[in-house]
Ligand binder design. Structure first.
Ligand code: GDP
Ligand code: IMO
Ligand code: MG
Length: 424
């Protein structure tokens, strides 16, 4: 058996949570492999809406197990809140034995969040627009070999280790100015650590490979999106993990040869939240319309998302980096009613016209070259079969397929689980 991967091809919020939930009945194990509670994955079914930050989006499916992998950074306070919210709605994933966590996953400390905020405030205009969840500083401690891991919570000297790291953080924070009081947060952290101990801890590399050797199916769930990848995104306006397929290997402990299908998900248009370049961004009424109709406000931070047309060079880049084998297009319903829509096919860049993602679109502007495409008018949200898909929307789908060379397998026409069509 192989590990299939589902990940975002744009700047995040493509609808990963919804589609993982839709696909989860096909899998025995769903595993998050990177990122942390900077993610907000929304699921809707039975008139209920859930936003998951750390818990994999397969959690509602009766059949499967869910793993928070070693590549994830975990905020125990947020994870506890997520679990308690689910419990209040009548479902307890821990009691149902549906959730396990990797011992090697790193912990986000309250002071990681203070460091995130201090670093952002210092940057002024050039700030990343981080979610302020402490993601960057936690990954810095991981690669700097200072971090605390989930498995460490069971060690007798965990508290001493915690204070050793916090003292280091305090000395860094003192360079930024007065250190805010975080005693309440610290107390909540230690309470949440006790709560965390109720979740079974595993070695994700053995756990996942055991599933594979028993012939069971695994889906790796990405967070963020390819254009936020720390290596290949619009650096430095990126997150701090590898959001691409390669991240699933290191974030779970599976060999590249064990990767099966790579399901790349993209919106019918583009959004971005936070700072950084966005070649097709619309600053006009059309952008505002996309934001309002698409309810483009962050699931984690509530911030308005920047909106723009589809960006083909960026999509091709993402397909190449991830080895995408099939595509999912979401939010086609949001574009209903636009007489004309546009696709960016090339960039005007440094006096040339190019069709690929260049090294630097942060200090050098990539201006979009747009192709006009006929829009569709029909309300898609009640569509149940491919036969009902408007011809002009199907033309748009075929247009994108021809540009990126990979088939669109699923079409999402609304936020609910049932608003999903298979295109083959
Ligand atoms: P994720 O981070 O990739 O899981 O995506 P988010 O949950 O942050 O953002 C996607 C938003 O779009 C959520 O509010 C979803 O409920 C919603 N959504 C997902 N697919 C569709 C769709 O096809 N149409 C519409 N209108 N909304 C969708
Ligand atoms: P999901 O999984 C959209 C963005 C932030 C910021 C940059 C760095 O829901 O798609 P960080 O907190 O990671 O240091 O922020 O990355 N960002 C996201 N944007 N969706 C996400 O996750 C994101 N996670 C981080 O807005 O620009
Ligand atoms: Mg999101």
């Amino acid at each position: 058996m192989a590990v299939d991967v589902l990940l975002g091809l744009q700047w995040g919020d493509e609808g990963k949570g919804k589609i993982v939930d839709v696909l989860s009945p096909k899998y025995d194990l769903i595993a998050r492999f990177q990122g942390g509670p900077n993610a907000g994955h929304t699921l809707e079914f039975d008139n209920q809406k859930y936003v998951l930050n750390t818990i994999p989006s397969g959690i509602f499916n009766e059949r499967n197990m869910n793993l928070i992998g070693n590549g994830v950074v975990v905020d125990p306070i947020i994870l506890r809140r997520e679990l308690e919210t689910l419990k209040k709605s009548g479902f307890d994933p821990v009691a149902a034995k549906k959730l396990v966590i990797a011992k090697k996953a790193h912990l986000i400390l309250p002071t990681h969040q203070l460091l995130d905020a201090a670093s952002e405030s210092k940057m002024g205009e050039g700030k990343i627009g981080s979610t302020l969840k402490g993601i960057g500083p936690t990954y810095m401690d991981k690669t700097g070999r200072n971090g605390l891991r989930v498995g460490d919570t069971l060690l007798p000297d965990f508290t001493e280790r915690y204070h050793k790291l916090v003292n280091k953080h305090k000395s860094i924070l003192s360079h930024y100015g007065e250190i805010p009081d975080f005693s309440e947060k610290e107390q909540a952290f230690f309470e949440a650590i006790e709560y965390l101990k109720s979740i079974p801890q595993v070695d994700s590399e053995h756990f996942v490979n055991q599933y594979l050797s028993e012939g069971k199916s695994v889906l790796a769930e990405g967070a963020q999106g390819t254009l936020l990848d720390v290596d290949f995104g619009s650096y430095p306006f990126v997150t701090s993990s590898n959001t691409t397929t390669a991240g699933a290997c290191t974030g779970l402990g599976v060999a590249p040869s064990r990767i099966g299908s790579v399901i790349g998900i993209f919106k019918a248009y583009c959004t971005r939240v936070g700072g950084g370049p966005f070649p097709t961004e619309l600053f006009d009424e059309t952008g505002e319309q996309l934001r309002q109709i698409g309810r483009e406000f962050g699931a984690t931070t509530g911030r308005p998302r920047r909106c723009g047309w589809i960006d083909i060079p960026a999509l091709k880049y993402a397909v190449m980096l991830n080895g995408v084998t099939e595509l999912v297009m979401t939010k086609a319903d949001v574009m209903s009613g636009f007489e004309k829509i546009y696709a960016c096919t090339h960039y005007k860049y440094n006096g040339e016209v190019i069709d690929y993602m260049p090294y630097d679109i942060c200090t050098v502007k990539a201006e979009p070259v747009l192709e006009e495409i006929e829009g569709w008018n029909e309300d898609l949200t009640g569509i149940k079969t491919i036969g009902e898909v408007p011809e002009k929307l199907m033309n748009y789908v075929r247009y994108i397929e021809s540009k990126v060379g990979v088939p669109v397998r699923y079409l999402s026409v609304g936020p609910d689980r049932i608003q999903t069509l298979i295109l083959d």
